[in-house]
Write a protein that binds this ligand. Structure first.
Ligand SMILES: Nc1nc2c(ncn2[C@@H]2O[C@H](COP(=O)(O)OP(=O)(O)OP(=O)(O)O)[C@@H](O)[C@H]2O)c(=O)[nH]1
Ligand SMILES: [Mg+2]
Length: 643
């Protein structure tokens, strides 16, 4: 173990060598089961580690071509390279069944992690050997410790140049202490690994060529699940999945008793009315598959089909013994957005589901499985207020819906404010960590200053990089990521995590540029764009269909201007000198969905269809906008008079 700190050196070794013990001395049927979740900050290698555990436990045939990060199975996950939904798998190792849950690392999906922890007894806390502990490491560890889960620390990415394993172990221990971990929890075993290379060991400089050291540590350190099989059935549903053939599938851990196929059960929540159902199908996880079984006993993780409307947080019980289990409290949403029926002149051209009814059904279906999301009706039947844990949480829903052929418009995201008991306004504050090469430090601090960030810490790594830690209102953070990338030429890395509600910090300056608004519907052409582009940056290409009121560019001044990008050159019989081809067009800005959401103001919307993302004014004609402006002016004048 070389120069590893003494406390920890003992632990890793002593645990590893400890003889296998039955829990509480009682030999259970499930002594050969281990339930673990893999938790970490975003990108520290959780899904890659699951790949290796699957591979090295023989889930794949030796010649099978398996894609990387195989658990990130949905399109958006693969496209973005992040895990969005937690997923179950299980492997067999030396006669043990290890149920594994891969969790998302991004803070917006923190709600997933909290409830997933209900299924497991132990966690693998992954920490990047180079980056060290990050905000989400603290968040997930705190949740795991609060729920009394047994931690195993995995220092991952040992292969990275600049890896500093021992320092990172120290940081991790400090984090445990800071979070008030018990002596027992602080006595965590440590495994060093490179998930990518499939190697692990107890000495970072002498790794074994397999994941065996990690497998052994899981088996020796994480307790068997316990729980009696004799008692009446109690199964807490922690996630819900959907299958085209069998419909909704509830996944959870059996706390007590045995689930038997075709038995009648009662499904209920605490304080709710129980309903009867039949367990028509039972599955266990095996590698990437769900395998049908006849019965599953206490301590194991099971998937059940055949219960209509089964929801997260419900308990499946013995009908003669209805005892619902309490569910974890999930943190409240901090950002909300209106989802509105698409009223643009192009409505219904590109999507299949466009009506208010379609939108309503889809949104209310989402909250059944997306536990930290909320949907509320508004005064209008055409608009719904959707609230989530952050911009990404909402934009992933938007992106998913457009892939499912929905068409709609969304408003600019707003943070959710609250009032304290004295009526003072409170707003969500985030802890922001930014890693940048030191030469960009000044710019970053200046920009964040205008967004009302307050710096709490600055750590120099003596290799030209600096880590800055701020408290910043969530409002101030909106749209900062792209600014950071521009300001640091792509070298800045940031992550943030919800800290809590604090007193309102005051106004934050908005975007200082207006919009270029199309004055006419038609097709954009080179001539029209050429004559407009000197007024700002364009968003459209020649040939794009355009409608009146659509935002076709960003104005270089702080005002909205109507422009005509569809205007055709007056045709004469004479050949004009300088044909269309000689018009030099500046390439338009291509905005992603997130960038559009950051760009729009309160009187603007983003129109989302399966094929396009457009920005528009809420009121499409200039007339309407002028009337609205006048109305609001006279309204505020009246208000002033009243005062
Ligand atoms: N060098 C190195 N890179 C790794 C290692 N493990 C993972 N990576 C890389 O790190 C990146 C993120 O890996 P993922 O497995 O997707 O990380 P994750 O923790 O599942 O990410 P989220 O689910 O989005 O939180 C990928 O590019 C991996 O190839 C490792 O041991 N060494
Ligand atoms: Mg992942």
């Amino acid at each position: 173990m070389g120069h590893c700190p003494a406390v920890i050196e003992n632990t890793a070794l002593s645990r590893r060598c400890a003889p296998e013990k039955a829990q509480n001395g009682i030999l259970n049927m499930n002594d050969k089961i281990r339930n673990i979740a893999i938790i970490a900050h975003v990108d520290h290698g959780k899904t890659t580690l699951v790949d290796q555990l699957l591979r090295q436990s023989g889930v794949f045939r030796s010649n099978e071509a398996v894609q990387d990060r195989v658990m990130d199975s949905n399109d958006l996950e693969r496209e973005r390279g992040i895990t969005i939904l937690s997923k179950n798998t299980a492997v067999n190792y030396k006669g043990y069944r290890i149920n594994i849950v891969d969790t998302p690392g991004h803070a917006d999906f923190g709600g997933e992690v909290e409830r997933i922890l209900k299924m497991v007894d132990g966690v693998l806390l992954l920490v990047d050997a180079f980056e060290g502990c990050m905000p989400q490491t603290r968040f997930v560890l705190r949740k795991a410790l609060e729920l009394g889960k047994v931690p195993v620390v995995v220092i991952n990415k040992i292969d990275r140049p600049g890896a500093r394993p021992y320092e990172v172990v120290d940081e991790t221990l400090d984090l445990f202490l800071e979070l008030g971990a018990s002596d027992e929890q602080c006595d965590f075993p440590i495994v060093y690994a490179s998930a990518k290379q499939g190697v692990s060991g107890f000495d970072p400089y002498k790794l074994e060529s397999t994941m065996q050291p990690l497998f052994d540590t899981i088996i020796n350190s994480v307790p068997a699940p316990g729980g009696e099989e004799e008692g009446p059935l109690q199964l807490l549903i922690s996630t819900v999945d959907y299958d085209d053939y069998v419909g909704r599938i509830g996944v959870g851990r059996i706390e007590r008793g045995i689930a038997v196929r075709n038995r009648t059960v009662a499904v209920c929540t605490e304080g709710g009315e129980p309903r009867e159902a039949k367990l028509s199908r039972l599955y266990r996880f095996e590698g990437l598959k769900r395998v049908e079984v006849d019965s599953v006993g206490a301590g194991d993780i099971v998937a059940v089909a055949g219960i209509p409307g089964i929801s997260i947080g419900e308990t499946v019980c013995d009908p003669l013994n209805i005892e619902p289990l309490p569910f974890v409290h999930i943190d409240e949403p901090t950002v909300s957005m209106d989802f509105i029926v698409n009223t643009s002149p192009f409505a219904g051209r590109e999507g299949k589901y466009v009506t208010s009814r379609n939108l309503r059904d889809r949104l209310f279906k989402e909250v059944e499985t997306n536990v930290s999301m909320r949907v509320e009706e508004t005064g209008s039947t055409d608009a719904f207020k959707v609230s989530g844990r952050g911009e990404l949480h909402l934009s992933i829903l938007i992106e998913t819906m457009r892939r499912q052929d929905y068409e709609f418009a969304v408003s600019r995201p707003r943070v959710i404010m609250k009032r304290d008991e004295h009526g003072h306004l409170l707003e969500p504050i985030e802890e922001l960590t930014v890693d940048v090469p030191s030469e960009y430090m000044g710019t970053v601090m200046e920009k964040l200053g205008t967004r009302r960030a307050v710096m709490n810490n600055m750590i120099n790594d003596n290799e030209g990089s600096v880590r800055l830690v701020f408290d910043i209102p969530a409002r101030g953070l909106m749209g900062y990521r792209s600014e950071l990338l521009t300001d640091t030429r792509g070298n800045g890395v940031m992550s943030h995590i919800f800290k809590g509600y604090e007193p309102y910090t005051g106004e934050i300056a908005e975007r200082t540029r207006g919009s270029l608004i199309a004055s006419e519907s038609g097709e954009a052409n080179s001539y029209g764009i050429f004559n407009t582009q000197e007024r700002g940056r364009m968003f459209c290409h020649p040939g794009d269909p355009i409608y009146e009121g659509q935002i076709v560019g960003e104005c270089s001044r702080n005002e909205d201007i109507t422009v005509n990008v569809c205007k055709k050159k007056h045709v004469t019989n004479m050949r004009a000198s300088g044909s269309d081809e000689s018009l030099r067009l500046t390439p338009p800005l291509e905005f992603s969905l997130e960038q559009c959401l950051e760009f729009i103001r309160d009187d603007e919307l983003v129109e989302v269809t399966p094929k396009s993302i457009r920005m528009r004014k809420r009121l499409l004609t200039k007339d309407q906008r002028i009337k609205d402006f006048n109305r609001r002016q006279s309204q505020s004048a009246e208000e002033r008079e009243e005062l």
